[in-house]
Design a protein around this ligand. Structure first.
Ligand SMILES: Nc1c(NC[C@H](O)[C@H](O)[C@H](O)CO)[nH]c(=O)[nH]c1=O
Ligand SMILES: CC(=O)[C@@H](O)COP(=O)(O)O
Length: 153
């Protein structure tokens, strides 16, 4: 039996982070947590490029451009979509998630999903580093593991 896992060698990795500036009080914390986690695992700071888009809906477009550039070993997407009074929330969540999934299926590098989808700002703040820790830390680690695993195939 042969087993493979995402134990990774972070040397020479180049990572792109695409972060939505909508709800920036939350997404800036997500971005800081993502960079800190990548650095903790040894990714050099100058190998981490951060791209700011207006909102979560713009994430797939820029992610696709970054993927096509061939410059990166993996992409992290970060955002915070917070429910309002209308069904706009549902449309954004569904289309952004399917857009990012399509990039994973069609692309050659992993694109992780670090987009909070919450009922209110409190839930988002809790998941961006307050009470429930920074969910993005596990997203960053998942990206490094997926890069390593995909290189073994
Ligand atoms: N309501 C939220 C948005 N809305 C903006 C869209 O993402 C997009 O920028 C706009 O429709 C123009 O194309 N974006 C978020 O990231 N979070 C929200 O809660
Ligand atoms: C997720 C959203 O787009 C949301 O902030 C919009 O709020 P509303 O549905 O009240 O217009």
């Amino acid at each position: 039996m042969n087993e493979f896992s995402g134990k990774f060698d972070q040397q020479n990795l180049k990572i792109a982070i695409v972060v939505a500036d909508f709800n920036a009080t939350v997404t800036r914390q997500l971005m800081e947590g993502a960079v800190a986690t990548l650095e903790k695992f040894g990714v050099p700071t100058d190998q981490i490029n951060v791209y700011h888009v207006p909102g979560a809906f713009e994430i797939p477009f820029i992610s696709q451009r970054l993927l096509a550039s061939g410059q990166f070993d993996g992409i992290m997407t970060l955002g915070a979509v917070i429910k309002g009074e209308t069904d706009h929330y549902d449309l954004i969540c569904q289309n952004v998630a399917s857009g990012i999934m399509r990039l994973n299926v069609q692309g050659k590098i992993p694109v992780t999903f670090g987009i909070l989808t919450t009922d209110d700002i409190e839930q988002a703040m809790q998941r961006a580093g307050l009470k429930m820790g920074n969910e993005v830390a596990s997203t960053a680690q998942s990206l490094l593991e997926m890069i390593s695993l995909s290189r073994q195939i």
